[in-house]
Ligand binder design. Structure first.
Ligand SMILES: C[S@@+](CC[C@H](N)C(=O)[O-])C[C@H]1O[C@@H](n2cnc3c(N)ncnc32)[C@H](O)[C@@H]1O
Length: 293
């Protein structure tokens, strides 16, 4: 990985600062509080936390266009982040523009513009809104999540900007009998930092996804399986991931199911981008196999 976005000593200083922060986080969350990533913790962090704030603040109402909202126009706070493997100091607005373009690049080639695209664990739909106006924009998009607050905020953002090709629906990826599971059948679906919340239920989620018979599944998800502890930046992410009790069995779970012919993995790739110096994802694509195919 090329990490020469900054000089060697600045690189070491920036990563070391984040590294010690993550060690402290690890001690506090895992050794003292013994926090386990459970359904209750996730609900607390999102439905009652981040999405409740998004919903209450209604930030979209201060933007004239969806693009300005998605790209956080005028957010001039400087952040130290990772862009294409390099440490970069940019404004938050510049990072969010990169995030949008990067998502469109990752999905293009794997998503059929003439078909429907579903995001599972979409939150308030920022990824789907990001795709609007890009080359990767599908004809119709469905955002699904367990958080009613996230879904309601997404619906209101769509209404505010007059977007009529996005809809938001409830789903619980842990419930194979959920009424909206059937919607996934035959569709291309993606997850973006959603399965990280469900790491302690990974087998259940993968089995439910396979049973739902999607056409293709794309994950943009962090997992320690792609990280190499001999690389300082990766080691930093490993400690952070442990501190948050994030998963490390997504790729192993997929490979085990590939062995028994339940699915075919088309791509696994480490992608080093994040608004911080940690927690970058793997880009994974797979398709379920019809039995015997
Ligand atoms: C880190 S957020 C990512 C949201 C969105 N993908 C994004 O990039 O902004 C994780 C999302 O997963 C959702 N989630 C957690 N457990 C879920 C479940 N069992 N079924 C569906 N969604 C779930 C949470 O409600 C939350 O919206």
């Amino acid at each position: 990985m090329n990490n020469i976005g900054v000089g060697k000593y600045l690189y070491l200083a920036l990563v070391a600062k984040d590294f010690f922060r993550n060690i402290l986080l690890y001690v506090k969350r895992r050794l003292i509080k013994r926090a386990i990533r459970s359904v209750t913790l996730t609900r607390h962090e999102y439905d009652e936390g981040a999405w409740q704030s998004i919903f209450a603040e209604r930030a979209w109402e201060s933007f004239d266009s969806l693009e300005d909202y998605v790209c956080a126009k005028n957010d001039s706070r400087k952040i130290v982040c990772l862009i294409d493997g390099k440490i970069s100091k940019v404004t938050a607005g510049e990072y969010y523009r990169f995030r949008r373009d990067n998502l469109a690049t990752l999905l293009s080639g794997w998503v059929d513009a003439q078909q429907e695209l579903i995001e599972l664990g979409c939150g308030y739909g920022i990824n789907l809104f990001s795709l609007i106006g890009t080359a990767a924009q599908p004809k119709y998009m469905v955002g699904m999540d367990v958080s009613e607050k996230g879904l309601t905020a997404g619906g209101q953002i769509a209404g505010y900007f007059n977007i009529d090709n996005v809809e938001f629906l409830n789903i619980d990826l842990l419930d194979v009998n959920h009424k909206n599971m059937a919607i996934i059948n035959g569709k291309t679906v993606f997850t973006y930092y959603c399965l990280e919340q469900l790491g302690n239920y990974m087998d259940q989620v993968l089995d439910n996804l396979i049973k739902a018979k999607p056409k293709r599944v794309i994950h943009i998800e962090p997992t320690r399986e792609i990280l190499d502890p001999s690389i300082l930046l990766d080691l930093n992410s490993i400690i952070y991931s442990h501190s948050m009790d994030y998963p490390s069995t997504l790729i192993a779970g997929l490979k085990a199911r590939e062995e028994v012919q339940e699915l075919k993995i088309l791509k696994i790739e480490k992608r080093v981008f994040a608004p911080t110096l940690r927690h970058y994802p793997a880009f994974i694509v797979w398709e379920p196999r019809e039995s015997g195919s």
